[in-house]
Unconditional design. Structure first.
Length: 403
C-alpha cells in the first residue's frame, strides 16, 4: 500500500523542535506503511524555530548575541539575516530572549518575568544594519505587555514620582506616564513587522492574562493583578500615542508584547500564517498529499484559536484531505477541533507518567503513536473496500459443513 503522506507538525514545547517531531512521526509512519511516500514539512508559528526555519529556507545567516533573559540573567540568544532580499531583513523570535523555556520551573512568575531581552535583540539587529525587523511572537514566558522590550529600546515608564518602574507584569500597575522621547531613533527608519496570533487580545475575558497567565505560572490572584496592570498599561499607551491596544487583534500576543510593538514602537502586526506562508510552501505540498498528519504538545479547546494543527487542518480541508493530529496531552474542549478540519486525534501517552518522563521519551512516544495511527487507518481502509462476492458453490459447501 502506498500513500503520499504529508507530515506538518508544530514543535513540542520544552521537548522537541518541529523538525525532530516530523522525523519521529515519519519513522512511525514508515514502520507501519513502508511503501508510503512521506514528505516532512515542519511548521513554525512565530515561536521557537521561527528564525531558523526562515533563515534556512532563504539561505540566510544566523548571528549570536547575549541578552537579558526573562528572570534577569544573561542568556545566549540569536537572530537571523534573511538571504535573497534587497531589503536587509533581520528575523527574530521573542522566545529566544523571553521564552517560557528560559524560565526555570521554580521561577515561573509572570508578575516578575521581563521582555527586556527582546528589546536588546532588536537593538542587536539594528546594530547589524537591518532595514527591516521581522519579529516572531510565540512560546513566551512573560506577561509584561512588552514593557521591558520598550524600556530596552529607550522608552521610559514612569511612576507618580517620575521614577522608572521595575521589571515584570505587576509593575505595569505603577505606570503613570510613558515617555517615548528617548526611543532609539533608528526605529523610525526601519520597517517593523511582527507575526502574531491574531486571536490574542490584551484585555477582557479572552485577554492574555486570563487565558495564558496560568500557563506561565500565575496563580488566580496573580491573574487578577496582571489583568489590572494591563488595563492601566493600555490606558497609558493611549495617553502617550493615541493608539488603543486594549482589544486590537494580536495586541495580546506573547504576553501582550504585541501591544508594545504596535502601540509604542510603531510596528505593524500581521496574522502569523500570512507571514509564515510567504516563506514555507505548505499549500503546494498539500496539493500532492493523500493524508496529512499534524502534531502539537497540547491539543484542546484553544487549538482552533491560531494553533498550527488547526491552521494545517484548515488548509488541508480546502483540498478535501483527511487530517490526523497527534498530541502530548489532550485537554478540555478538544472535540471542537472536529469542526475545524481535524478528523481524528490521539495522545502519544498510553499510560500515566510524569512530565519529565514524557519530555524525555517524547520522540519514541511520537514514533509509536504514528505507527499505531497509521495501522488503525489501514484497518479502516480495508473495511471501506467491499469484499468480493463469495462464489455460490463455496457458500453451499460451507452450509453443508455447518449442518
Amino acid at each position: 500500500m502506498s500513500l503520499n503522506i504529508l507530515i506538518a507538525p508544530s514543535g513540542f514545547k520544552e521537548s522537541l523542535g518541529a523538525p525532530e517531531v516530523a522525523d519521529h512521526i515519519a519513522e512511525g509512519v514508515l514502520r507501519a506503511m513502508p511503501l508510503a511516500h512521506v514528505v516532512r514539512a515542519p511548521m513554525v508559528d512565530g515561536g521557537e524555530g521561527f528564525t531558523e526555519a526562515l533563515v534556512k529556507v532563504t539561505q540566510g545567516t544566523m548571528h549570536t548575541c547575549t541578552v537579558t533573559g526573562p528572570v534577569g540573567q544573561p542568556v545566549e540568544s540569536f537572530f537571523g539575516i534573511l538571504g535573497g532580499r534587497i531589503q536587509k531583513t533581520a528575523v527574530l523570535e521573542m522566545a529566544a530572549a523571553a521564552g517560557l523555556r528560559l524560565v526555570p520551573r521554580d521561577q515561573r512568575d509572570p508578575t516578575k518575568t521581563t521582555s527586556y531581552g527582546v528589546g536588546e535583540l532588536i537593538r542587536a539587529a539594528l546594530d547589524a544594519g537591518a532595514q527591516r525587523i521581522l519579529l516572531g511572537c510565540g512560546d513566551s514566558g512573560i506577561n509584561d505587555g512588552g514593557a521591558g522590550m520598550a524600556q530596552a529600546l529607550g522608552a521610559r515608564l514612569l511612576d507618580d514620582n517620575g521614577q522608572e518602574v521595575g521589571q515584570g507584569g505587576a509593575e505595569l500597575t505603577r505606570i503613570a506616564k510613558i515617555d517615548l522621547s528617548g526611543l532609539d531613533k533608528r526605529l523610525n527608519k526601519v520597517q517593523l513587522d511582527a507575526a502574531v496570533n491574531w486571536h490574542n487580545v490584551l484585555l477582557g475575558e479572552r485577554g492574555v492574562a486570563r487565558v495564558f497567565g496560568p500557563q506561565k505560572g500565575a496563580t488566580p490572584e496573580q491573574v487578577e493583578i496582571l489583568d489590572a496592570a494591563l488595563i492601566n498599561y493600555s490606558r497609558r499607551i493611549f495617553e502617550a500615542t493615541g493608539i488603543d491596544m486594549s482589544s486590537a487583534p494580536g495586541g495580546g500576543a506573547s504576553g501582550g508584547l504585541g501591544a508594545a510593538f504596535a502601540g509604542l514602537l510603531g510596528g505593524l502586526l500581521h496574522p502569523r500564517y500570512d507571514i509564515v506562508m510567504n516563506y514555507l510552501e505548505l499549500d503546494r505540498l498539500i496539493e500532492e498529499a493523500d493524508l496529512v498528519i499534524t502534531a502539537e504538545g497540547s491539543l484542546d479547546g484553544q487549538t482552533p484559536y491560531g494553533k498550527i494543527p488547526a491552521e494545517v487542518a484548515r488548509r488541508a480541508k480546502l483540498r478535501g484531505l483527511p487530517v490526523i493530529a497527534l498530541a502530548g496531552t489532550i485537554g478540555k474542549g478538544v472535540a471542537s477541533n472536529f469542526e475545524y478540519g481535524i478528523d481524528a486525534f490521539a495522545s502519544i501517552l498510553k499510560r500515566p507518567c510524569s512530565l519529565d518522563e514524557a519530555i524525555l521519551k517524547a520522540g519514541s512516544l511520537l514514533t509509536r503513536a504514528a505507527d499505531d495511527a497509521v495501522r488503525m487507518m489501514m484497518v479502516g481502509m480495508r473495511l471501506a473496500v467491499p469484499r468480493a462476492a463469495v462464489p455460490a458453490r463455496r457458500v453451499k459447501r460451507t452450509l453443508m459443513a455447518v449442518c
